[in-house]
Design a protein around this ligand. Structure first.
Ligand code: CTP
Length: 412
């Protein structure tokens, strides 16, 4: 599945001689799969751990490992280090050894990777991976400080077990985390840079007793995709969610909530933002009483009385009539009948700028899957039905619309 912020971006991936070099093969593969054009530079030491052929196979591009080799036809010049440095949208060194970090910090340039970094004008991201003692060493820490001061982004290594059997800080983070950091850097000057965006995601959980609850089939995937799309566009992003099973988008501030009441409290705290997108499937009802002990089996069966939950989108929509915040308010509508008419009614009633309507009974739309079929309903344009697409692409379309609307309302 392609990721718009990475599609056709040229990423130079520097791989150095750490045992974590084997993980860089997965990173190169995933970056390629989501649409990036990946060019790998290996140091001589990296080749003790992984063969260049591995990277060639997963990226479809030749590997560079020699300062004296020429670049390939797609580079702006035949001089490899200049061609790579000038054409890169981003240089990512993962894993980065203490040796490579020291070289870059001090401007040494006697292998292809260090020369390329010296020549680069694009963002550089460094993901250290080494033994805990080497990472904590004042020399390494001083070198990392130098890199940070020069605007290079350092991805903190994680705590865990090393190949040596010892434990400490120095492990290369997971591929998803590394890609998340790359997205954050590539998106930082995007259309929502400097904007505060709040997204809700997932079904709320309404407790009945200490072991039972009522919820719905929402997976949170569409809301998480919207949150990630906002981050990709450079927004400061708060994600208010009930879902703990999906990876946290890198760079998001996350507020975990459980019930509709809790979600309402969190949303009201964050409502003076630029854009609020209510992708959560808020339960309309909750048990009128929450038993403090497990409800025991009863021969006569059990009748549960439900009472109404607050309507969060409606509440924010009313508050907004006075405060004018959030500047843009977007809701979703999950329907099984009369999609357009029902969604239009929600647009008016909840004082929203857009309702993303989906007929959850259509194949390829709705809760658990990775695709969606939505119609965008706004006050000032006819309903726009998007073809079946990934939730990532739906999210990008919503964020693009919100960014356009923000610009238009600032100009009017
Ligand atoms: N919503 C909300 N609070 C609720 C119910 C819904 O904030 N108690 C929000 C949802 O997050 C969504 C929009 O309102 O953005 C529409 O939700 P939906 O469940 O489709 O509609 P309802 O308003 O609940 O109406 P109905 O269930 O009758 O279709």
């Amino acid at each position: 599945m392609k990721i718009p912020i990475l599609e056709n971006k040229r990423v130079v991936l520097g791989v150095t001689g750490s045992i974590a070099a084997y993980k860089a093969a997965d990173l190169a593969s995933k970056l390629t799969q989501v649409g990036a054009e990946v060019h790998v530079i290996m140091t001589a030491d990296a080749k003790h751990f992984v063969a260049p052929l591995t990277f060639e196979a997963v990226t479809g591009n030749p590997v560079f490992d020699d300062l004296w080799q020429s670049s390939s036809g797609t580079m702006p010049t035949h001089i490899a280090h200049i061609g790579l440095a000038e054409s890169a949208d981003l240089i990512l060194i993962a894993p980065a050894t203490a040796n490579t970090i020291a070289k870059i910090a001090h401007g040494l340039a006697h292998d292809l990777l260090s020369v390329t970094v010296l020549a680069a004008r694009c963002p550089v991201v460094v993901a250290p991976a080494m033994d805990g003692g080497m990472y904590e060493n004042p020399a390494t820490q001083a070198n990392l400080r130098i890199l940070r001061e020069r605007g290079i982004t350092i991805i903190e290594p994680e705590w865990g077990r090393f190949a040596s059997g010892l434990e400490g800080r120095g492990r290369l983070p997971e591929t998803l985390t590394l890609i998340g950091e790359v997205r954050r850097i590539l998106g930082r000057n995007g259309v929502l840079a400097g904007r505060q965006v709040v997204v809700t995601a997932g079904g709320t959980i309404e407790d009945l007793d200490p072991v039972r609850y009522i919820t719905n089939r929402s997976s949170g995937k569409q809301g998480f995709a919207v949150a990630q799309a906002a981050l990709d566009a450079g927004a400061s992003l708060t994600l208010i969610t009930t879902v703990k099973s999906l990876p946290e988008p890198v760079g998001a501030e996350i507020m975990y909530v459980r019930s509709a009441e809790e979600m309402l409290g969190a949303v009201l705290k964050q409502a003076d933002c630029d854009v609020l997108i209510m992708a959560a499937a808020v339960a309309d009802f909750r048990p009128a009483a929450v038993a403090s002990h497990k409800i025991k089996k009863q021969d006569a069966g059990l009748t549960i009385t439900l009472e109404k939950n607050p309507d969060i989108l409606f509440t924010v929509g009313q508050q907004r009539l006075q405060t004018k915040l959030p500047r843009i308010l977007i809701g979703f509508a999950a329907e099984t009948d009369d999609l357009i008419a029902n969604a239009k009614a929600k647009l008016d009633k909840k004082n929203a700028d857009m309702i993303v309507a989906n007929d959850v009974s259509v194949p390829g739309a709705g809760f658990e899957g990775d695709t969606n079929v939505v119609t965008l309903i706004t006050a000032d344009a006819p309903p726009q039905t998007l073809e079946k697409m990934s939730k990532t692409e739906v999210a990008a379309a919503i964020i693009q619309w919100a960014a356009g609307k923000l610009t238009a309302s600032a100009e009017s």
